[in-house]
Write a protein that binds this ligand. Sequence first.
Ligand SMILES: [Zn+2]
Length: 317
Amino acid sequence: MNLKMLVQLVLGLSLLVTLGACGPKNNSASVCVPPSSNPSNKLHFESGVPCNQAAALNEAVSSLVTLPLDSSNSSVGLMARTMKTDDVTPAGLQNWMEDRVQYIINGDFKIRSHLYTTNQPFSYSEPNILPDAYTNSASVQGAQIIMLNVGTEVYANGKLAKQLYIVDLPGIGYVPMPSPRTGMLAIGPGLFNSLGGAQSAVVLNIFRLGTLFHEARHSDGHGKTLGFMHSVCPPGHDYAGLPACDLSTNGPYTIGAMMVKNLTNACTNCTAGDLLSLRAMYLDVANRVLDPAKAPIGLAPDASAGMDWDDSPEGSR
Ligand SMILES: [Zn+2]
């Protein structure tokens, strides 16, 4: 493959942010322990991801089997329709997520210096259409990033440059990005320290699952809905001024909130304290889906407020 190194990657897409208090860093890495309970987990970890963080994410995915959802429950049914799936079994949900998330990289990974392209032009669908928010990236100062769907960023930048971008991931190799569905997430500092205090394993697992499903949604959409980009929260909102809200009713915060709610309902061994933490987590996320009356106006009609956006993805894996 004829590769040419690229520079300049515009950042600013798909952020899940929180303003929670910082806890101790949890990045002691040495010898990797393979995921024990569910060998079918398909996430690929770049070699810079600390082993304990990879193990924690694998454990979260594996914990789906301990939190089986009741498909006859109306809240689960609503989530299934929103996700356009008829399989809410643990395996079905895992597949839905892994269709959209494949690679996990360390937040410190310098992706700009690991970006390549071929010298061949690449044909994108809807070549000149990008989300409005993509060209109006808001500052995230004051926010703490939990995870970031960098795959969608790389794809969108490739689309802008009309070339296929390829990321060289240590320990994995060259990963072409012909679609956001290639699914590449960077771990932010908030994923392992944002909850504050001692939380039980089940609370941490549900938090991380909600995050993974949130980020998975950023791998969907096309044209103006590409990446289901966040909107800046309006004045008066807890996150006013930050790109930490959704206009759509089927976006990342909706998916994340539904997952947290339904997994919490499925938790049979949660303590009263666990349930308090999980309900607070749910409310924080659900509150980021904007009331259309408070949303900005003048948006693209297929990516405006108070409606389900078209989730058909661009490109193919
Ligand atoms: Zn997000």
